[in-house]
Design a protein around this ligand. Sequence first.
Ligand SMILES: CCCCC/C=C\C/C=C\CC/C=C/CC(=O)SCCNC(=O)CCNC(=O)[C@H](O)C(C)(C)COP(=O)(O)OP(=O)(O)OC[C@H]1O[C@@H](n2cnc3c(N)ncnc32)[C@H](O)[C@@H]1OP(=O)(O)O
Length: 292
Amino acid sequence: MAARIMNLPKHGLCHLMRTSALARHYAGSTGSASPPQFTTLSVDDKTGIATLTLNRPPANALNAAFMGEIARSIKELEKSKCRGLILTSSSERIFCAGLDLKECYQAEASHLQGIWVALQNLWHTLYSTPLITVALINGHTVAGGGMLALSSEYRIMLPNFKIGINETMVGLAVPMWLIDTYLNVIPNRRVAEWDLTASRIYKSEHALKAGLVDELAASKEQGLERAVAFISSYPKHSLVARAITKRQFREKDLKNFEDNRQHDLEIFLSNIQKPNVQSYLGEYLESLKKKA
Ligand SMILES: CCCCC/C=C\C/C=C\CC/C=C/CC(=O)SCCNC(=O)CCNC(=O)[C@H](O)C(C)(C)COP(=O)(O)OP(=O)(O)OC[C@H]1O[C@@H](n2cnc3c(N)ncnc32)[C@H](O)[C@@H]1OP(=O)(O)O
């Protein structure tokens, strides 16, 4: 296989940023020209399939720079001849642990704003991309990590890991755009409501039964093979029609998000800065440390 590693930011990415006021804020706050720090990207020239590997040890926790990097890579791939994207992790235990909680604790409002806007942008970019997207979930994936997996079109998971959205457990409500994303995968509203209100975390095997993931693979190698097979199952001539059809399915969710983007940010900023939420967050971080 002829694979190459792309150093995307060399291509000049400022023009890729979305043009809303919030996105401009984000572009300004993270700087779009820095080289990739937390991901590696390889593209197979023969299949046109890109593999973006998350690499921010120990937990692939999402901060603004990391999320910006992922979103910029997707935007750059959209401009190339790539047909599909596989998201995976360099860690053998964790696909993504969600937002970097250490960066959410006792942080300045401007920092929290940068994090949330980056999360919004990343969700929008991944959920709306015309690329065929597969999450190869080779480790635990919760909260913002669950968002990455659920925003992709197809999920392949390795056994004995956890997947779910646990925001209510950290004392915060799940935003509407993530509820819509969940419903796009688990259309049974009762199950979805129960899962999200109860912060239900599934083990891989149960996630498969529930339809939260589409396949289990015995190893990362097998998962990669299956991901390539899924993406390659779409004939080349169908790609444009496929992308339009995907967009139509997701359009209402994307519009709802755009209509409420500023409000969603305000809710996050208001909630995350509440003393009781900060205090709980401090305890939660301690509990993560004590496990070691
Ligand atoms: C509170 C702010 C959230 C506000 C959001 C509100 C509403 C929005 C809702 C949805 C939108 C989507 C966005 C969601 C927000 C989030 O993502 S909040 C993040 C919530 N994440 C978690 O609760 C995960 C916590 N981690 C774990 O449960 C476990 O680590 C794991 C992922 C299951 C892995 O377990 P394992 O045993 O393998 O590893 P360790 O626990 O030993 O962890 C290794 C290492 O990594 C550090 N770490 C883990 N998670 C995080 C994290 N989220 N942020 C920062 N650091 C993390 C952990 O402390 C260990 O570090 P070390 O001791 O230094 O080795």
